[in-house]
Design a protein around this ligand. Structure first.
Ligand code: NAD
Length: 365
């Protein structure tokens, strides 16, 4: 009996719908060639949802997102909605999904495709073969801690306050994700904090060590966040899984991203408790400057879908097939504008999709 996988597709604004169209073609290909059947629902999100429903995420879309195995998200935002009320701005659609699905684990792989080694700002030998995973805690820490705010002091000064706060359960659940990921990868977790100057960092280190006892086969290392930033650009291949809090993860994942070249190549996953919420999206935004021109690189979104296959649908073989197809297309010198170099073949969004489908067919035969 063939299994049906449920998915909600939210293409969003700007280049979101264009890049998502290429994912839909890959899904169709998987149905025809690998017998994977997806029950797909689709809705608006972000500015488009505001235009249609008067809010950036409809109640129906939210209910559906909670029900399905995974949400595929494009991108939201754009100048058209710059004047919209703060709580109805396009980005609020994404924040609502993260909060309501309790997506506490943000997975940002930094993988260097061999044909793009020259696109990195680091020396080729430092990034060739690079494959690391930054795991960022997404729902706690200083971005959400109380008290927070800006207050006027009696002496005419003002004071800005944010609070870094983590509780045991938040550290334990993200640590479990880190060790589980490392078990399927190269068996090394680097836990990153500032335990030398922050009590919350000390707690983070101690609680991660407690969880490590459940995973005797995984090696655990600790690293201070400032050193980790330095090591990422010095010898990035020393890492396997880096697990860290919301603030440090925000910065370190962007540093790691740039090791690999273009924004148009970077996928991500945000996961809740197992089986209770998963959202996959490219790291890039809605790129209004190139929207509707067929210039967008669909690879980040296609690779996000590959992550969905691996983490939500237990289809690691098909995930690998897609990653290999992307690599083969890049090795054939096929490039969208964002990764184009002299002497390479410049293609549109749809043409990149065509090449990936052809590579999939070749690999599958
Ligand atoms: P952006 O990521 O949209 O674009 C930055 C630059 O990268 C642009 O020059 C763009 O053309 C290019 N780019 C991005 N993705 C590309 C792709 N797939 N192929 C080729 N080139 C690509 O960031 P921005 O310009 O700062 O923001 C634009 C809008 O997107 C804003 O409204 C912002 O709020 C929103 N945004 C949304 C998300 C999200 O939906 N998760 C994330 C970031 C920004």
């Amino acid at each position: 009996m063939t299994k049906n996988y449920s998915m909600l597709i939210l293409p969003g604004d700007g280049i979101g719908p264009e890049v998502m169209d290429e994912v839909k073609r890959v899904i169709e290909w998987l149905g025809e060639n690998r017998g994977l059947n997806f029950d797909i629902s689709e809705d608006h999100v972000g500015g488009k949802a505001y235009d249609v429903y008067g809010k950036p995420l409809s109640d129906e879309a939210l209910a559906k997102a909670k029900e399905v195995d995974a949400v595929m998200f494009g991108a939201v935002g754009g100048p058209k909605w710059a004047g919209v009320d703060y709580d109805k701005r396009p980005e609020a659609g994404l924040l609502t999904l993260r909060k309501e699905l309790n997506l506490f684990a943000n997975l940002r792989p930094a993988m260097c495709f061999e044909p793009l080694v020259d696109a990195s700002s680091l020396k080729p030998e430092l990034v060739s073969g690079l494959d690391i995973m930054i795991l960022r805690e997404l729902t706690g820490g200083v971005y959400f801690g109380e008290p927070r705010g800006i207050e006027d002091l009696s002496n005419g000064q003002r004071r800005g306050v944010n609070t870094q706060v983590y509780e045991t359960y938040e550290i334990h659940r993200i640590a479990h994700v880190a060790f589980d990921l490392a078990a399927k990868r190269n068996g090394l977790v680097t836990s990153v904090e500032k335990s030398n100057v922050m009590e919350s960092g000390l707690l983070w280190r101690e609680e991660v060590e407690i969880i490590a006892k459940d995973y005797p086969d995984i090696k655990l290392e600790h690293m201070l966040a400032d050193n980790c930033g330095m090591q990422l650009v010095r010898t990035p291949k020393q890492f396997d899984v880096i697990v860290t809090d919301n603030l440090f993860g925000d910065m370190l994942s962007d540093v790691a991203a740039m090791l690999t070249g273009s924004l148009g190549m970077l996928p991500s996953a945000s996961l809740g408790e197992v089986g209770k919420g998963a959202l996959y999206e490219p790291v890039h935004g809605s790129a209004p400057d190139i929207a509707g021109q067929g210039k967008a690189n669909p690879i980040a979104t296609i690779l996000s879908f590959a992550m969905a296959l691996r983490y939500s649908y237990d289809c690691a073989d098909e995930a690998k097939l897609i990653e290999d197809a992307v690599n083969d297309v890049l090795a054939d010198d096929v490039r969208t504008a964002d990764i184009h170099q002299d002497g390479k073949m410049l293609v549109s969004t749809t043409e990149m999709g065509d090449h990936i489908l052809n590579a999939l067919t070749k690999l599958n035969s």
